[in-house]
Design a protein around this ligand. Structure first.
Ligand SMILES: Nc1ncnc2c1ncn2[C@@H]1O[C@H](COP(=O)(O)OP(=O)(O)OP(=O)(O)O)[C@@H](O)[C@H]1O
Ligand SMILES: [Mg+2]
Ligand SMILES: [Zn+2]
Length: 154
């Protein structure tokens, strides 16, 4: 059999998040809220899989779930190489790379403890993407810049 082997059972309907930077699958599970899924939805995770594109990668496959734009944005921040495939009736219906919009709303907490978006009044955090390579976000409320997304996911 050629290199294209299937290491995870196929799913009928759901979402495949592939080409996740090596080691970040558990963060992706946290973002998609894998623990909130109903009992009939299997989540498969492959860690440290050989990839022609990015060396080593992780893969997450979730049955019966499609991702909200907010979740896709959060994944794009921590795993910009990820691709998202929608599976319907065992086939890939749609596949796209994650990409960052100009503004990221409600996904990250501002690292500035004094920022108005961190006060008890519920104001949604909002960042502008002010640099793309590397990604730097600037808080719309206090202008604090951040490039540490992993530790500030809301
Ligand atoms: N029925 C299925 N169940 C689970 N995963 C699937 C199913 N069909 C496709 N996939 C996965 O969805 C992703 C996209 O499928 P596709 O066939 O386009 O993969 P590919 O040829 O490896 O493309 P690429 O790696 O360039 O995105 C792959 O990770 C593949 O393993
Ligand atoms: Mg592939
Ligand atoms: Zn702020």
């Amino acid at each position: 059999m050629p290199a294209k082997e299937l290491k995870i059972t196929p799913i009928k309907n759901g979402t495949v998040i592939d080409h996740i930077s090596n080691g970040l699958a558990l963060e992706v599970l946290r973002i998609i809220g894998a623990h909130t899924l109903d009992k009939d939805s299997t989540v498969s995770v492959a860690l440290h899989v050989r990839s022609n594109k990015i060396g080593w990668k992780d893969i997450v496959k979730v049955e019966n779930m499609e991702l909200s734009p907010r979740k896709v944005n959060a994944i794009a921040l921590i795993a910009p190489t990820a691709t998202i495939s929608i599976i319907r009736d065992y086939k890939v219906r749609e596949k796209r790379s994650v990409d960052l919009p100009e503004r990221i709303v409600g996904v990250l907490k501002c690292p500035n403890a004094n920022c108005i978006s961190n006060q008890p009044e519920p104001i949604e955090s909002e960042f502008e993407v002010t640099n793309r390579h590397p990604v730097i976000l600037t808080c719309a409320y206090c202008d604090r810049e951040t490039s540490d997304f992993l530790h500030h996911l809301a």
